[in-house]
Design a protein around this ligand. Structure first.
Ligand code: NAD
Length: 427
């Protein structure tokens, strides 16, 4: 009996949701793994998953309980690495998928990390700074038994930032009795953070978009771009496209969707978002419905919000030539097939948004050596790694006549399972 038939439903590839998407993506690559396929089950189970209760006293005196998670999906190639998300939709299954994608990403770009992810099911908007700090510190203390500079290193993700990382680093250090800067990345510069880290994911999205454009004969000058999610990743990518002469023509975030066929002034939009929290009401564009966003004709579509956004229901409407996945897991396997049939190139998340973890790796190395690099050095090294990873995956995709996603999984799963095989099973 194939091993998958014995799996509980939440580990089944047909289980809907992000973890189901991840499992289907892994299943697609097994035929290309040769004898390493024997170890493939390793990729389908998280190594370790921790669920924690996070109780805090709110400013009004009430006690609130939040559910938090930290999942270490795979540590065969190095310590766990992956962000922490604060969002009302966070579930164990979502965090498992995000941790799995981190294992694949870190192996695809060849940084010496395994994959991990964490999160708290909470809507942090509207919480006071004090409430956020208490929640972050209690969560860190609870997961402190499995994280550490050589065990598992968190970083920012949706609704978390450099301040969140500073609180995490401080809490962990207080509990350990010594200052441990290397326990998280994406920290403020004053705490051993790396120059260029905040923009690195968006920068990597832009670099891989340029690589894809060059191979598809798309000229960046005047190219039209639509972006879902205008936070750290989407906002930075938009600014770099704008500065390179492309036109950002449609943007969607949690407040609505805006459209300007001639292109928007991205700097003005970023200012607008700082003062209003979202794109809605921006005067330099007109509002359109959220569903119309997908049909806007562009050269580039950049999903940079949440997972499972491009599905079988809207993939047929998409009129972009290239999809560059800033978000993790934005495209379901069924949508992937529709986009492929329609000749739309998808640069997968595990390559396109790997800039963040690449500069996190630089930050971790700088913290350990207590020697810091210039922003130019960081951006140059980042660009080199992103371009090399793109080229390697492009080559494998051509050799095997598969999508870039399957090619990235072939590269990554081979590296992870080779490490697993030579390490052997303990005991
Ligand atoms: P962020 O919190 O800075 O921004 C998130 C954006 O998504 C916001 O603009 C928000 O309005 C929008 N959004 C939320 N819900 C939405 C909805 N239902 N519809 C449309 N838009 C919605 O987060 P971020 O750090 O930019 O992360 C965005 C994505 O990129 C996530 O998938 C994250 O996992 C991925 N990612 C982030 C990093 C990083 O370094 N921050 C690295 C790799 C991947």
């Amino acid at each position: 009996m194939p091993a998958t038939e014995r799996l509980p439903s939440y580990l089944d590839a047909n289980h809907l949701g992000p973890w189901g998407t991840y499992l289907q993506q892994v299943d697609r690559v097994i035929p290309y793994l040769g004898s390493l396929g024997r170890w493939a089950e390793t990729l389908k189970r998280p190594k370790r998953a921790l669920i924690v209760d996070v109780p805090i006293e709110l400013d009004n005196g009430e006690i609130a309980h939040f559910e938090g998670y930290r999942v270490q999906h795979n540590t065969s190639r190095g310590p766990g690495k992956g962000g922490v998300r604060f969002h009302q939709d966070v579930t164990l299954s979502e965090v498992m998928a995000l941790a799995g994608w981190m294992s694949i990403k870190n192996a695809a770009i060849n940084v010496p990390f395994g994959g991990a992810k964490g999160g708290i099911r909470v809507d942090p908007r509207g919480m006071s700074r004090g409430e956020l700090e208490r929640m972050t510190r209690r969560y860190t203390s609870e997961i402190g038994i499995i994280i550490g500079p050589t065990k598992d290193i968190p970083a920012p993700d949706v609704n978390t930032n450099a301040q969140t990382m500073a609180w995490m680093m401080d809490t962990y250090s207080m509990n350990e009795g010594s200052t441990a800067t290397g326990v998280v990345t994406g920290k403020p510069i004053a705490l051993g953070g790396s120059l260029g880290r905040t923009e690195s994911t968006g920068r990597g999205v832009f670099v891989t978009a340029c690589e894809a454009a060059a191979r598809q004969g798309v000229d960046l000058q005047g190219a039209r771009v639509s972006i879902q999610g205008f936070g750290n990743v989407g906002g930075t990518a938009a600014r770099l496209f704008h500065e390179a002469g492309a036109r950002v023509v449609a943007v969607q975030d949690h407040t609505g969707t805006i459209h300007a066929p001639g292109g928007m002034d991205v700097h003005e939009l970023l200012k607008h978002i700082q003062s209003t929290e979202g794109v809605a009401g921006f005067r330099g564009a007109e509002a359109i419905s959220n569903s119309d966003f997908w049909g806007v004709e562009t050269e580039f579509l950049i999903p940079a919000a949440l997972e499972s956004q491009i599905t079988a229901a809207n993939a047929g409407d998409i009129k972009a030539r290239i999809v560059v996945e800033g978000a993790n897991g934005p495209t379901t396997p069924a949508a992937d097939d529709i986009l492929a049939e329609r000749g739309i190139l998808v640069v997968p998340d595990v390559v396109a948004n790997a800039g963040g973890v690449t500069v996190s790796y630089f930050e971790w190395v700088q913290d350990f050596s207590s020697f810091f690099w210039s922003e130019d050095e960081i951006n140059q090294r980042l660009e080199r790694i992103m371009k090399d990873a793109f080229a390697a995956v492009w080559q494998v995709a051509g050799d095997h006549k598969v999508s870039m996603r399957t090619a990235a999984y072939i590269v990554a799963c081979t590296r992870i399972l080779q490490a697993r095989e030579v390490r052997g099973l303990y005991p």
